[in-house]
Design a protein around this ligand. Sequence first.
Ligand code: NAX
Length: 331
Amino acid sequence: EKEPVKVLVTGAAGQIGYALMPMIARGVMLGPDQPVIIHMLDIEQCAEALDGVKMELIDGAFPLLRGVVATTDVVEACRDVNIAVMLGGIPRKEGMERKDVMSRNVLIYKAQAAALEQHAAADCKVLVVANPANTNALILKEFAPSITDKNITCLTRLDHNRALGQIAEKLKVHVSDVKNIVVWGNHSSTQYPDADHASVATSSGERSVRDLIADDKWLNTEFITTIQQRGAAIIKARKLSSALSAASAVCDHIRDWVLGTPKGTWVSMGVCSDGSYGIQPGLIYSFPVTCQHGEWSIVQGLQIDEFSRAKMDSTANELIEEKSLAYSCLG
Ligand code: NAX
């Protein structure tokens, strides 16, 4: 039998945490033959709620679950973990300035960077979900220099999956037949969901989404804004932000990263830019990636037209601004 993998989830007493825990315990994240030990971290005020989640995990009698740690001690939480899913953070509340949210979160990510660097397994893979996701990941990378850049990522898979879903709805095809969407840039309303390279498996072979959706105007306007504003639409409908779809996207991100992307398919991940597609090196930017043997690589050589170029640059510019705002918060 395989050795258990230790998975840390921070902010585990929150909404996404609650949806994510049974998925991890059932092998949705790491596979049906991979035992797991879950480490859950939250803050003191949520300690009791966190214990409740631990009780429910025990009550689930999950065959793959080999242990649960519920703690408010960041060192205990990070000890020897192989995977770290960072959901913990301060949400933006009414009346809060963007800068207030940023400063609280970058301080959390600076502190947790140090804890991960010192206590996690040397090859720990990190996924930052908490917003501002790309910039929190950037801060984590800067303050955990001994963790290789390759192991620090942020979540844009939810946006990617939302885009696949919208194309499938539009064309009335199965979502599993749609592939190779790209989400470029920041996980924010400036993100650029791009269907130029996407295709659909049909009975007569693979067809490009641009060919199948003759309506360029829909792809260049409504499709993009629907994805950019999907999070807000969920909040409006549910009075709570996305949780089950976010948890599912977290599992997709980690599973593909660890176990590999299917041949001929790429996914979107927020990763450290190496300058590909003219994006400033060092930014955490969402790119199309393929994964093999536990490593992602940015898909090269996609044709970028003027329309896409402008959108890719504007979301990059927002990340450059966020980076300087984050540094100004750190003083
Ligand atoms: P919740 O507010 O329900 O949960 C967050 C949890 O983090 C709370 O239990 C809180 O006590 C805890 N926390 C706060 N500070 C902490 C610290 N220093 N250490 C450990 N835990 C801490 O939010 P939820 O809906 O679960 O969302 C989690 C994060 O994901 C939010 O920042 C949210 O904005 C972000 N999202 C990002 C998405 C993405 O695609 N990248 C999509 C979904 C989601 O909106």
